[in-house]
Design a protein around this ligand. Structure first.
Ligand code: ZN
Length: 130
């Protein structure tokens, strides 16, 4: 397993980590298999979506803020319940098929780390398997 550490710079941030994951897959030497990307945090997540037009990331954050308003009557004392809920909606992991030694992503797809309670230093676990 490889561990990637990335700094986030804002309270909420969607960060393209496709290149780092691709690098981990390439260095694994695996030609055909599965790559699992897992985020060991309760206020962050990982997803796959468009990385070509940056406004898609902005729209995802905007929609999540609408779905999970800050104004609800949350009981969690730490005060970051919206981040916990968004983390659960996005999810902590993704699996991607490895084909010919590369990630089998679609033309417009990128791997996006989702920060909901930054800025922090975050870990991303990468496991590849033939
Ligand atoms: Zn909390």
């Amino acid at each position: 397993m490889k561990i990637l550490t990335i700094p986030t710079h804002n309270k909420e941030d969607l960060i393209d980590i496709t290149d780092q994951i691709e690098e981990a897959v390439n260095s694994s030497g695996i030609e055909t298999g599965i790559c699992c990307v897992y985020v060991p945090h309760t206020t962050a997540g990982v997803t796959i979506n468009e990385n070509a037009d940056p406004s898609v990331k902005d729209d995802i954050l905007m929609a999540l803020r609408k779905i999970v308003p800050d104004s609800l009557s949350y009981t969690h004392a730490e005060g970051n319940s919206p981040a916990h809920v968004k983390s659960t909606l996005i999810g902590p992991s993704i699996s991607i098929i490895i084909e010919n030694g590369n990630l089998a992503l679609g033309t417009w797809q990128g791997i996006i780390f989702c920060e909901f309670d930054g800025p922090r230093r975050r870990k991303i676990f990468i496991h590849t398997q033939p």
